[in-house]
Write a new protein. Structure first.
Length: 382
């Protein structure tokens, strides 16, 4: 029975990995697709998954495909081949494998006005930019849904929950208590509590609470816990085992919470990349697909598995969007740089320059993928 349960558990983790990664990449490609259609650019094929085609249905001039490998997708635009030939390269992205250019049994015919290569640089830029923007929008939708369904932590110093057998539980703190002061320091917001608790350095603290209209003083000794800091170093913190109260949000109120959380994660990811470049954060913190799969699996097994997976999916979506905006030629960001340069100088960048820079970008990207995978394998072995 235990073996059966273990197998089922692994299947759930594997399914979560496929759904999360495949869904995020598919949404990225959907951004390219929708922007192309808005601008009237022809789309030859839109594929859910990549590799060998399993099934297909044609809608208008576009063939919608279901392909074998579910971890990705691609969009094939009309006239894209002409631009690729001019540049001496194939347009590819890290999250998908470019499909082989095999002719379809029924090849759609597109007018010159529908071809991607014939459009102004600003329109081609919008099509490329739409992929990362779609990832940011998906992250917002996920954070908005979480805020609506779960609410958000209150900024007031009101206790929403007390951990069993914690210093707070032993001292008699209960949900609904409002913290007035800690060791004489006034507490006006929940953010004031960690600093006040850590200031005691592990010594006994006196917490004044308001309960049923009366103030009471309770004494407790915080417990130490070691966490990993932003730079990979160990940080010792002191905890008493309390959680903030949750504020329920309506669908409209949750919009602001979703936008704020999305922006916070974009800023956090950008800071993390800068810290990696500055070597403030050790490079062995860089993770690849194995690490991502592990984290997704851990999220599935957590007490709040569904919401944990949603939060992780939103964070990965933000990371995917920012990764594709890096100014590396094989990524969306590299194409955006070329299109911006074309708009500034009034002519396309030299095919030779684009070819050489693309090869350099591909080498850098492959090196990063190998390095991240090596870190993953090292973690597994250790």
């Amino acid at each position: 029975m235990d073996v059966v349960l273990a197998v089922v558990s692994h299947w759930k983790e594997a399914l979560a990995v496929v759904v999360v990664l495949g869904g995020l990449i598919f949404f990225h490609e959907l951004g390219h697709f929708l922007m192309a259609r808005v601008l009237g650019i022809g789309v030859r094929a839109f594929s859910l998954g990549f590799g060998p085609k399993l099934a297909a249905v044609r809608g208008g001039k576009t063939e919608y495909r279901l392909s074998l490998v579910p971890l990705g997708g691609y969009v094939s635009l009309a006239g894209e081949e002409e631009e690729e030939n001019e540049e001496g390269k194939d347009r590819s992205e890290p999250e998908s494998i470019a499909p082989e250019k095999t002719p379809d049994p029924v090849e759609a015919v597109f007018t010159p006005e529908e071809e991607f290569s014939g459009r102004p640089a600003w329109q081609r830029l919008l099509v490329v930019l739409a992929g990362p923007v779609a990832n940011f929008f998906l992250a917002f939708l996920l954070y908005w849904g979480i805020a609506w369904m779960q609410g958000q932590a209150s900024s007031l110093p009101e206790i929403g929950g007390v951990q069993a057998e914690s210093p707070a539980a032993t001292a008699g703190l209960t949900a609904g208590d409002r913290i007035v002061s800690i060791d004489g320091a006034a507490i006006r917001a929940w953010a004031d509590i960690p600093a006040a608790v850590n200031a005691a350095g592990g010594k006994a603290i006196t917490i004044v609470i308001a309960r049923d209209g009366e103030e009471r003083a309770l004494v407790m000794t915080p417990r130490a816990q070691t966490l990993e800091g932003a730079s990979g170093e160990e940080v010792r913190v002191w905890l008493i085992g309390i959680q903030s109260a949750t504020v329920r949000l309506g669908p409209v109120e949750a919009v602001a919470a979703g936008l704020e959380r999305t922006w916070d994660m974009i800023a956090f990811t950008c800071r993390s990349i800068v810290m990696l470049v500055q070597r403030t954060v050790p490079l062995d913190n860089v993770g690849g697909p194995i690490r991502i799969a592990q984290i997704i699996g851990q999220s599935v097994q957590s007490d709040h598995g569904f919401f944990s997976v949603l939060r992780l999916a939103a964070l990965i979506s933000v990371n995917l969007g920012i990764l594709n905006l890096l100014p590396i030629p094989v990524l969306d960001g590299g194409h955006i740089v070329f299109f911006l340069a074309e708009m500034l100088i009034g002519r396309p960048i030299s095919p030779r320059v684009r070819e050489v820079s693309t090869r350099v970008g591909m080498a850098l990207l492959l090196a990063l993928m190998v390095f991240a995978t090596w870190n993953d394998i090292t973690r597994l072995l250790s």
